[in-house]
Design a protein around this ligand. Structure first.
Ligand code: ADP
Ligand code: F6P
Length: 323
């Protein structure tokens, strides 16, 4: 192994920079020449590489986003695009690639691996929807952002005796909503994995009122069949069923921005370094994730496209504690 490239792909996540830094410095420590790919798979197809020395990744561990840039690259899903990516790597004499990103990005990594490229994936997305890892880089920081929003909304909800709907990201996965909702003491949590119609949510809010609560927070995952917009539309029509005056907040991309917390910096550092170690040992076609307290490699073929299930115990506890 001599020349190794690293890219970040899909939605950016706090901690991606820390992962890039770890990959680059761990690779340099092995005597490798390290390169970065700008703008994810878009840049890979275009052959947009930069040299990365130890100093080039200085001062980024604390920064959110990704210094390499990221993209959604539809062409990477095609045979022609994947061949273009393989050619771009070959033209630069690159022996291996580290792909930092979520499930879609790891599907791209698997496609390259099938074409003979040595690839190591690093699990990074705020959604925490990837199999092969207990937690993804960026998810914990995103939960903290959502939690701060809940805490802030609660003070105004209490002052006005209102209910608030807070919509959080997560695509088809309810992890962010569940984790932030439990940590924030939400009165109800709506996730894609557990279908809930507006009538049920309204009944929960009425029950809160009857139990003596004067305000309420409902955390809704954007991927729920009834997201905040749909719930709000229904509640507007049936306002008398709620027992509360209602306001809606959509957190949106605020959750993806900002500096990574300590956990994400450490996780990213461990997984980035582990990706280099695995490549050095000749192990590729794997995703580096965090499993039961340690970095672990799982074949990409086993994890891509898998649906992560939510922790059923936490779901059950959320209902008990909202009483
Ligand atoms: P994430 O990696 O955060 O899940 P996306 O799902 O948007 O984000 O995927 C990021 C990129 O990964 C896509 O824009 C595309 O370039 C690549 N990708 C996604 N799915 C595939 C696939 N089935 N085959 C090859 N590449 C893919
Ligand atoms: O995958 C990360 C994520 O932030 C999802 O939670 C969200 O659905 C999506 O990306 C938003 O994508 P975009 O930034 O392209 O709007």
């Amino acid at each position: 192994m001599n020349r190794v490239a690293v890219l970040t792909s899909g939605g950016d996540a706090p901690g991606m920079n820390a992962a890039v830094r770890a990959v680059v410095r761990a690779g340099i420590a092995r005597g490798w020449t390290m390169m970065g790919v700008r703008h994810g798979y878009d840049g890979l197809l275009a052959g947009d590489f930069i040299d990365l020395g130890a100093r080039d990744v200085g001062g980024i561990i604390q920064r959110g986003g990704t210094m390499l840039g990221s993209s959604r690259c539809p062409a990477m899903k095609t045979d022609a695009g994947q061949r273009q990516a393989v050619d771009a790597l070959a033209r630069r004499g690159i022996d291996a690639l580290v792909a930092i990103g979520g499930d879609g990005s790891q599907q791209g990594a698997l496609a390259l691996s099938k074409q003979g490229v040595r690839v190591a994936g690093v699990a990074s997305t705020i959604d925490n929807d990837l199999a092969g890892t207990d937690i993804t880089i960026g998810a914990t920081t995103a939960v903290d952002v959502a939690l701060e929003a809940i805490d802030r909304l609660r003070t105004t909800a209490a002052s006005h005796e209102r209910a608030f709907l807070l919509e959080v990201m997560g695509r088809g996965c309810g992890y962010l909503a569940l984790a932030a909702g439990v940590a924030g003491g939400a009165e109800a949590i709506v996730v894609p994995e557990v279908p809930a119609d507006p009538e049920t949510v309204a009944a929960e809010l009425r029950a809160c009122r009857e139990r003596g609560k004067h305000h309420a927070i409902v955390v809704v995952a954007e991927g729920a069949a009834y997201n905040a917009e749909k719930l709000h539309a229904w509640f507007r029509e049936h306002s008398q069923r709620l027992g509360f005056d209602l306001r809606v907040t959509q957190l949106g991309h605020v959750q993806r921005g900002g500096a990574p917390g300590a956990f994400d910096r450490l996780l990213a550092t461990r997984l980035g370094a582990a990706a280099v170690e695995h490549l050095a040992r000749g192990e590729h076609g794997v995703l580096l994730g965090w499993v039961r307290g340690a970095a672990a490699a799982t074949p990409l073929a086993q994890i891509v496209g898998q649906k992560r299930t939510l922790d059923p115990e936490l779901l059950a506890l959320a209902n008990v504690l909202a009483r």
